[in-house]
Design a protein around this ligand. Structure first.
Ligand code: NAD
Ligand code: KPL
Length: 305
């Protein structure tokens, strides 16, 4: 019998994982925020995943943090700014040998969760899969991609990777997950804030090449200083490639701002600026970008952290 997968958060990625694991016949429980969310979920017949226009509903059992039972394996699928609080609410249910998979973008939240639970195994993930919520309990699988998973303390891959294989979740075990997370953070820092400030699709940054190049040069210095030369390698060329390949798309941060949602700024550009300060590294364009982004968020009455 497979270990039960507890999935925290019924948002885009939580639904994408919970439905595919359930479809593969694996046992899954969905942890919802509170009893009223649970009641509203129980009024529908399950989570719906839309793939290539086809919708299927999976009757994943829901619960809340107060439900009974130990948690051995927890997929943390909330936003970076919610991760620490959400995991704290579940601390009393985590088995001594619990394993957590942290799906958060950016950096900072993973270390905060790991510090909170020194006895648990925390696997960090970096995903290029794309999903969005079409309506309550209904998610569209918008972009096939890959999820890299790794554990900074133990290089041995966990046995449950077989479950991901069975569920058709494209993944790879990575022995340099921090490099992957730093690289993604650098890409996000070079692209996302500028799309918000210039109010454009990713492709619109082709009109701001110099600004992008200066940011890439500062991000490269930061990565080098943080002992991440592999994440720094050819950063500008990759940023330009991503801008071209995703020219028609709006960045995730742009979409958050456009939809009046809190951004993950503190775990992306904010994190980069804090680490630069800690290293006494002067990165004026990155710092200035942070100031402009914060002003923009403030003007739109959105949280600045
Ligand atoms: P989302 O906002 O769609 O879903 C998060 C869910 O977590 C929400 O339903 C929220 O109510 C729930 N939640 C928050 N606190 C909770 C708590 N205490 N208990 C129970 N539920 C709680 O977010 P998402 O798009 O799935 O993103 C999750 C993370 O994955 C983010 O860090 C994001 O940057 C990253 N990511 C997302 C995508 C994507 O395509 N959506 C791709 C790659 C990475
Ligand atoms: O990951 C992205 C995002 O929008 O968050 C890309 C497409 C790489 C832009 O930074």
């Amino acid at each position: 019998m497979s270990t039960l997968w507890h999935v925290l958060g019924a948002g885009s990625l939580g639904t994408l994982w919970a439905t595919r694991l359930t479809r593969a016949g694996l046992p899954v429980r969905l942890i919802l925020r509170d009893r009223s969310r649970l009641a509203s979920y129980q009024a529908v017949s399950g989570l719906t995943l839309v793939e290539q226009g086809q919708a299927h509903t999976y009757p994943v059992i829901g619960e809340t943090a107060d439900s009974p039972g130990l948690i051995h394996r927890l997929l943390v699928a909330c936003k970076a700014y919610d991760a620490q609080g959400a995991v704290a609410q579940l601390a009393h249910r985590l088995a001594p040998d619990a394993e957590l998979i942290l799906l958060q973008n950016g950096l900072g939240s993973q270390d905060a969760v790991a510090a909170q639970l020194p006895q648990a195994r925390c696997v960090f993930a970096s995903s290029t899969e794309g999903a969005y919520r079409e309506s309550e309990w209904r998610v569209v699988f918008a972009g096939h991609g890959y999820t890299w998973l790794g554990d900074v303390n133990h290089p041995t891959p966990p046995l449950w990777l077989e479950d991901l294989h069975a569920a058709g979740i494209a993944h790879e075990w990575s022995t340099d997950i921090l490099t992957r997370l730093w690289r993604k953070l650098a890409l996000n820092c070079a692209i996302n804030p500028l799309t918000v400030i210039h109010h454009c699709r990713n492709g619109g940054l082709q009109d701001h090449r110099c600004e992008v190049a200066i940011l890439c040069s500062e991000l490269t210095q930061l990565l080098d200083r943080c002992g991440q030369p592999a994440a720094a390698h050819n950063l500008q060329a990759e940023v330009e490639r991503v801008i071209q390949a995703t020219a028609a798309n709006y960045s995730s941060m742009y979409q958050d701002v456009a939809n009046g949602r809190r951004t993950e700024i503190s775990y992306l550009l904010g994190y980069a600026c804090r680490v630069a300060l800690r290293h006494q590294l002067s990165l004026p364009h990155l710092q200035q970008l942070q100031v402009r982004l914060v002003q923009h968020l403030d003007a739109h009455r959105l949280p600045i952290d």
